[in-house]
Design a protein around this ligand. Sequence first.
Ligand code: HEC
Ligand code: HEC
Length: 142
Amino acid sequence: MRKAVLAMATGLCLSIAATSVFAAGVASLRGDLANDQASQMFDKKRVVTKEGGFKRSWELQPPSIPHKADKERINLSENTCLRCHSEEAYKKEKAPKIGDSHFLDAMGKKQTKVSARRYFCVQCHTTQVNAKPLVENVFAGQ
Ligand code: HEC
Ligand code: HEC
């Protein structure tokens, strides 16, 4: 019992010593800048919608999403984009079908369902907002 108490006390001393050694050498990435101001709320931007879709800037560009998409859910159990864009649904929903490339697996073999590589639609397709560019951009599409 006494041994255990002694071991615990030694452990405590060691950890206190270790903490103070590390505390002296730790530098925050923020440096010594104060962080006591509440951050500013960002401007909410309206999604720009476009009937007929956005023009592509180059042939194999993933087309931008021309409708709102913030209520869509893409997770393990569902992908609500496919409610309109899948092979089975696109005619009824009058939506463009996902591109043929979306059915190819990594070896280029055609699958019957959308390939796992194309499951997370918003990895490539994004909605658009009218926002001031964060940095100067001189890109000009076709
Ligand atoms: C309720 C049905 C519906 C859902 C859900 C839906 N879409 Fe669409 N989507 C459409 C329709 C209809 C169009 C065609 C709009 C037009 O051209 O005016 C379209 C157009 C698009 C286009 C443009 C295609 C092109 O060639 O220009 C993309 C990309 C797209 N959707 C991606 C998505 C993604 C990604 C999701 C999920 C986040 C999604 N959509 C969810 C109906 C839907
Ligand atoms: C890895 C990037 C990537 C992912 C992920 C992806 N796409 Fe695409 N998508 C593209 C590219 C590139 C094109 C244009 C070339 C083509 O059709 O393959 C395209 C084209 C499209 C088109 C237009 C097809 C046409 O014939 O004009 C639709 C609609 C579309 N995608 C919807 C979706 C939906 C819905 C998902 C999710 C299930 C998705 N995409 C996932 C890259 C992607």
